[in-house]
Design a protein around this ligand. Structure first.
Ligand code: FEO
Length: 167
């Protein structure tokens, strides 16, 4: 059985993952309107992954006798300036999510909830991969600079990353 403290903290994470999915969906849509097919496919897939992260939490909360709550979300930005800015935002977002996961791990230890602590280890590993992936993409974008043909190749190459870190 989940304590009220753990249940609230996990439900907060449900909202964070759902919000992440919305932000990446908006990035996918924006990239699609810019004609970048590969980047938009990548972002649609990222959005699906975040929904999967959310669903995993929902199932866990309910399996442990709690009640996973679906709450309202903030509207994400609609425009992202440039690809560099968009991927910088993705990276910053993932770093922030890692911080929330670390806080959750901390709470699970304080509450002596070892089942939740064990469950959260999957998210700890996932965040390491997501941060590394976002950092690699940013490095590539910095290398490309303003080279238009570089962006064309990048848009094609990024398709190879789709699903690379999903389990
Ligand atoms: Fe589910 Fe990318 O954090």
């Amino acid at each position: 059985m989940l304590s009220a403290v753990i249940q609230d903290a996990l439900n907060n994470q449900v909202t964070i993952e759902a919000q992440s999915s919305q932000v990446y969906l908006s990035m996918a849509s924006w990239a699609e309107t810019q004609g970048f097919e590969g980047v938009s496919q990548f972002m649609y897939a990222q959005s699906d992954e975040e929904r999967m992260h959310m669903l995993k939490l929902v199932k866990f909360i309910n399996e442990r006798g709690g009640h996973a709550k679906v709450s309202s979300l903030k509207a994400p930005p609609l425009e992202f300036g440039s690809f560099k800015e968009m991927f910088q935002e993705l990276f910053n977002h993932e770093v922030a999510v890692s911080g929330y996961i670390n806080d959750l791990v901390d709470i699970s230890l304080k509450e002596k909830d070892y089942a939740t602590h064990n469950f959260l280890q999957w998210y700890v590993s996932e965040q390491i991969e997501e941060e590394a992936q976002a950092r690699n993409i940013l490095d590539k974008i910095n290398l490309i600079g303003d080279d238009k043909s570089g962006f064309y190749l990048f848009d094609n190459d990024i398709k190879q990353l789709i699903g690379a870190d999903s389990k």
